[in-house]
Ligand binder design. Structure first.
Ligand SMILES: Nc1ncnc2c1ncn2[C@@H]1O[C@H](COP(=O)(O)OP(=O)(O)O)[C@@H](O)[C@H]1O
Ligand SMILES: [Mg+2]
Length: 404
């Protein structure tokens, strides 16, 4: 086990997963699958970053897939890296929102600090844009993603945090349509924001105040980063480009460097979308939306918003119809048994229809009540699970976190 052997296990050096690759190890590759995280079986490497890697693993106790982010072993004695690692775990524990990746567990083996989170089956927006023809999305899909991330940012804001690294690589797109913000490694409490993040953040999506190295960074920096991300999603490129990171950062700062209009790159894009992006990317943050919610409210006036809301309603309705619960099925069967002896004359379609309406009418009301009760019960259960989850995370964190 890695605990006894500080040498890096071979799986750490494994190349990232390619599509179509087997999930189970092939015979003869066993050493790759050394398992350093007790209770979790690692299947694959999802991503390799500068300070760590993300793996797909199975939580063997609960029988669910999880993502595990582990700090590069070489950085274990690097105070700054360890601090950022725990910073992420702590922030995720504080944030509870369907559009933010959920944290499940943190741990430490001899070789690794690791953080277990919900696995989002899909890909990051960054990977998707790279892969797509012309590197861009439909305007409507981009609008939907921005709306979901703004809901996440409103929660970040209400918790008193700033993400500070909103960009395509930190937005996860689930195959089921889920949109989730991840990577809270450099997120900070507004009051304790420090300028070092800009060095680590990404030049293409960094706000002017981050580029300047200001300490006083608030949610409007995240709104700016999301504006750049939106620009990228619909045009296929980030708003400012240059030969070097320095040049790109200078353009974020430079009052003279006018924001290119997304419509210059693609005239089919709507003026309403361009205007919203312009508002988010104002160089002076006083001219940006003050909160994600303010922007969400404004977005409701956009014609795409109504289309998206309508589609969501349809999708929810279909989901309710096509997945009857066991209780609903039972009720249906019982109804058949009880009313089974009712005589309906086949020759009298009117009577048949009246009986059906009758049964539907009564059952419909009850069913609606039951459905509402079930939704409320599910929501309460979910809330309880989230709270319990966060409590456990905080408890483990306080046990294993190195003392300052
Ligand atoms: N919970 C997750 N589920 C699925 N993939 C994830 C998850 N978290 C991260 N990833 C993948 O790993 C990549 C890097 O994760 P991230 O948290 O952004 O780390 P880094 O600090 O290296 O940027 C993401 O872009 C995404 O592709
Ligand atoms: Mg990242």
């Amino acid at each position: 086990m890695a605990d006894e052997n500080p040498k890096r296990p071979a799986f750490w050096n494994r190349k990232e997963r390619k599509d179509g690759q087997d999930e189970e190890p092939k015979s003869g590759q066993k050493e790759i699958w050394e398992q350093p995280f007790a209770g979790y079986k690692v299947y694959d490497k999802i991503a390799q970053g500068g300070s760590g890697a993300v793996f797909l693993a199975r939580d063997e106790r609960l029988g669910r897939d999880v993502a595990i982010k582990a700090l590069t072993p070489d950085l274990q004695s690097n105070e700054n890296a360890v601090d950022l690692f725990f910073n992420e775990a702590r922030n995720v524990a504080r944030l509870r929102h369907p559009n933010i990746v959920r944290g499940y567990d943190v741990g430490r083996t001899g070789t690794y600090f690791y953080f277990v989170m919900e696995f989002v089956r899909g890909e990051s927006l960054g990977v998707k844009l790279d892969r797509l023809d012309r590197h861009r999305l439909q305007e409507k899909e981009a609008f939907r993603i921005v709306r979901e991330i703004l809901k996440a940012l409103q929660c970040v804001f209400e918790t008193g945090l700033v993400h500070r690294d909103v960009k395509p690589g930190n937005i996860l797109l689930g195959n089921n349509g889920d949109v989730k913000l991840c990577d809270l490694g450099i997120a900070r409490e507004v009051a304790f924001a420090t300028p070092e993040a800009v060095v680590m953040g990404s030049p293409s999506y960094a706000s002017p105040e981050q580029v300047r190295g200001d300490c006083d960074i608030d949610i409007r920096a995240d709104i700016y980063g999301l504006g750049c991300t939106w620009f990228h999603m619909i045009t296929g490129q980030p708003p400012y480009r240059g030969e070097t990171a320095q040049q790109v950062m200078q353009k974020h700062l430079d009052e003279e460097a006018d924001l290119p209009s997304p419509r210059d790159l693609d005239p089919r894009l709507s003026a309403a979308t361009s205007a919203l992006i312009g508002w988010m990317m104002a160089k002076d943050r006083e001219k940006r939306p003050r909160t994600p919610q303010q922007l969400l409210n404004k977005m409701r006036e956009h014609p795409l918003c109504k289309m998206i809301e309508e589609e969501e309603r349809h999708r929810d309705a279909i989901a309710r119809i096509s997945t009857p619960t066991l209780d609903e099925l039972k009720e249906e069967l019982l109804g058949d048994l009880i009313h089974g002896d009712r005589v309906v004359d086949d020759d009298e379609p009117a009577a048949d229809a009246a009986a059906a309406t009758d049964a539907g009418g009564e059952g419909g009301g009850e069913q609606a009540d039951e459905q509402a009760e079930k939704v409320a019960a599910d929501a309460a259960e979910e809330a309880q699970e989230l709270t319990e989850n966060a409590r456990k995370l905080e408890e483990t964190l306080s046990e294993i976190q190195p003392q300052e």
